[in-house]
Write a protein that binds this ligand. Structure first.
Ligand code: FES
Length: 177
């Protein structure tokens, strides 16, 4: 039994009180962080938006009827929509299209692989039945293989044949020659 004259000392928990200064600091800090996040999130979203877009398949453009393609290369122009991050633009493209002896159709880019001038089919009397670049004299065979000056063949277009029409897509390195 405890002595009634003894004062019982119970350990009491130290009460932590928040000072007014701390309260204000926490409140202001929280509000500032909330506002900063509100301002930053749209900017982050804008920055990464192209990465969040679903990647569609390659775009192909209808260029010409298959029936019009000959063994002799013919020049065709078409408009291709290009996407670069947030930007979308239309570019007028040129392709030299022909079919080979096995009736395989392919399309060549006219951009010279030396320094980027434009080649012409039969552009030089001294290089008959070849693509010729007037800038520095590069020339290429019918299927785009380089003969002089340039170190690589003319690029190909990705090609798709559908319902009797030739569709062209992106320019890709020529792996046929
Ligand atoms: S750019 Fe065509 S030969 Fe130089």
């Amino acid at each position: 039994m405890s002595n009634p004259h003894e004062i019982e000392h119970k350990p009491h928990k130290a009460r932590k009180e928040m000072s007014r200064r701390q309260f204000l600091a926490y409140t202001l800090g929280g509000t500032t962080a909330f506002m900063a996040a509100g301002a930053a999130l749209p900017m982050i979203r804008f920055a990464v938006d192209p990465l969040l877009q679903k990647k569609g398949g390659e775009t192909f453009v209808k260029v010409v009827e298959v029936a019009k393609i000959t063994n002799e290369p013919q020049e065709f122009n078409f408009e291709l929509t290009r996407f670069d991050g947030w930007y979308e633009d239309k570019a007028t493209m040129t392709a030299w299209v022909r079919k080979d002896e096995n009736n395989n159709i392919y399309a060549l880019s006219p951009i010279c692989k030396h320094l980027g001038c434009t080649v012409d089919w039969n552009g030089s009397a001294s290089h008959k039945d070849q693509y010729f670049c007037q800038c520095h004299g590069a020339h290429y065979t019918k299927d785009g293989k380089q003969q002089a000056v340039a170190l690589a063949p003319l690029d190909d277009y990705n090609i798709k044949i559908e319902n009797g029409f030739v569709y062209l897509g992106q320019v890709v390195p020529n792996k046929r020659v």
